[in-house]
Design a binder for this molecule. Structure first.
Ligand code: ADP
Ligand code: MG
Length: 213
């Protein structure tokens, strides 16, 4: 498979993620008000708006530097759990792309998985704990499978977005075992996880930024 994504696709991904987060800021906050402290929309919007603000300074920077800076910006601008977690994701994604000018499908999948493993290492959540892990894990598995099946990069990204939405839906009946929602115990059941919801925007943004690659 010859298709690759360039730095400009990857920057478009960050822009689109910021756009989706901003468009759904109220919804993310509403979800977090049911099982958290009603700040996930504000956290993600503030963090990703700051990431978009620093992108023009990184015009000449390689992919790894762009994502390192995006990650550091999320960590420094967001006080909630989601800032360090998405920040770690971007930093590990960048480190995996170290030295690359563009990413083919397997390099993209490897960078996504490195980012995901960073989240697992930092947050110590397991699948089924009702967190962003439950949307991200299935998304990355779906991407790997699509690539192994010989699908195009754009189709693999679409499959990842669809799997992330299914993972998000599955969080509704889960009992939260990590983060603020875990304080609610059984009362967390029946509510969709805010972080799993923002993670679907991450993969939907990726699918739209690589569309037509
Ligand atoms: P806070 O919980 O500090 O207010 P946010 O509201 O911005 O931060 O983010 C909450 C989301 O973070 C949750 O919905 C969940 O998906 C995710 N989250 C919380 N703790 C963890 C963790 N340990 N591992 C993975 N994700 C987590
Ligand atoms: Mg919160």
């Amino acid at each position: 498979m010859a298709d690759t994504i360039t730095k400009s696709h990857l920057k478009a991904w960050l822009h689109e993620f910021a756009t989706l987060v901003n468009q759904n800021k109220g919804y993310l906050t509403e979800l977090d008000s049911a099982i958290g402290d009603a700040d996930h929309g504000a956290n993600m919007s503030r963090g990703m708006s700051s990431v978009v603000d620093v992108l023009p300074e990184l015009e000449e920077s390689p992919i790894d530097q762009v994502f390192k800076k995006a990650g550091m910006t999320m960590v420094s601008r967001v006080g909630g759990a989601s800032g360090p977690l998405y920040g770690t994701f971007f930093m590990k994604f960048g480190a995996s792309a170290d030295g690359a000018e563009e990413l083919d499908a397997s390099a993209l999948a490897a960078a996504l998985r490195a980012g995901f493993e960073g989240i697992l290492a930092r947050g110590k959540a397991e699948p089924g704990d009702k967190t962003m892990v439950d949307a991200m894990g299935p998304a990355i598995d779906a991407m790997d499978k699509a690539i192994a099946d010989g699908e195009s990069l754009a189709d693999a990204a679409r499959a990842a977005a669809e799997a992330s939405r299914q993972g998000r839906e599955a969080t509704i009946q889960m009992l939260a075992r990590k983060g603020r929602a875990s304080y609610l115990g059984e009362r967390s059941i029946g509510h969709q996880d805010p972080g799993a919801t923002s993670t679907t925007y991450l993969f939907e943004a990726l699918a739209s930024s690589v569309d037509g690659v």
